[in-house]
Write a protein that binds this ligand. Structure first.
Ligand SMILES: COc1ccccc1CNc1ccc(C(N)=O)cn1
Length: 246
């Protein structure tokens, strides 16, 4: 998996190699990253790559030609053409399903805009997907890009310690996660739920699924709508709801 990132702050993206499981994945080359600065493709001595918006208005817009030349350099360096994804508040919401989709590709290009945005002619000519990290306006696409890189890297073989299937991430099977506890057994004046100390793995799995169903019902009923719960899950959720009143 190879990810090319077009960004005005290449050293910021390169920092991903320093930290955590994704950093190790990068150092072990489970996935590889390359950063491309559009300023290196500027056609002026001041390396300007933005200009004032036609039609007036505040701020600056990233110009199309330096971005297009940057993409040409990426194409020349890469064997196969890869999908071009631009991060923007106008994009489709990035979610775990998108992470799974991207993790099954050979790689992609991430375009990080700054300023008020990117000249629409670059978007029309070269961008395959516009993705958004959420309904929030940021100073640039770099943080959403790093979020995508992290979410995808975790899904690649050899990046997470134990096999990924052992890491029941929340959103697995479309539910929120169950609560987690660890030592010490007494902490902040509270104990650990007895079931987790019982050693009864079937009972523990049942409790965890019930908590995941309950948390989803309480916080994200929209996710629950999207799921076809089986009979057992309906019974577990009913039990959770019945206990809510107590
Ligand atoms: C006004 O900013 C832009 C406008 C257009 C493109 C890029 C930017 C850069 N900013 C971004 C980028 C992404 C997200 C997101 N929600 O994923 C939020 N802000």
């Amino acid at each position: 998996m190879h990810i090319d990132v077009i960004t005005l702050f290449p050293e910021w993206i390169a920092q991903l190699e320093q930290f955590g499981v994704v950093g190790r994945g990068l150092r072990d080359a489970r996935l590889t990253l390359a950063q491309w600065n559009p300023r290196d493709s500027a056609d002026n001595p001041n390396r300007r790559i933005d200009d004032r918006p036609y039609g007036g208005g505040p701020g600056m817009v990233m110009q199309a030609p330096p971005l297009a030349r940057t993409l040409e350099r990426i194409r020349a360096a890469r064997a196969k053409p890869a999908p071009v994804i631009m991060l923007s508040p106008q994009g489709e919401r990035f979610d775990q399903a998108w992470a799974e989709k991207l993790a099954s590709t050979d790689g992609f290009v991430l375009v990080c805009g700054r300023y008020e945005g990117i000249d629409q002619r670059f978007v029309d000519a070269h961008v395959d997907f516009e993705l958004s990290a959420g309904d929030v306006v940021l100073s640039g696409g770099e943080l959403p890009a790093m979020m995508i890189i992290d979410a995808v890297a975790r899904l690649l073989d050899g990046v997470l310690g134990d096999s990924r299937s052992a890491q029941q991430d929340s959103f697995t099977q479309g539910l929120l996660d169950h609560p987690h506890y660890t030592r010490p057994e007494q902490a902040l004046g509270e104990n650990v739920p007895d079931v987790l100390l019982s050693g009864d793995h079937a009972r523990i799995a049942r409790w965890r699924e019930k908590q995941a169903l309950g948390a989803t019902w309480l916080r994200r009923p929209d996710l629950l709508e999207a799921l076809a719960l089986d009979t057992r899950q309906h019974e577990l959720l009913a039990e959770f709801i019945a206990e809510q009143g107590t």
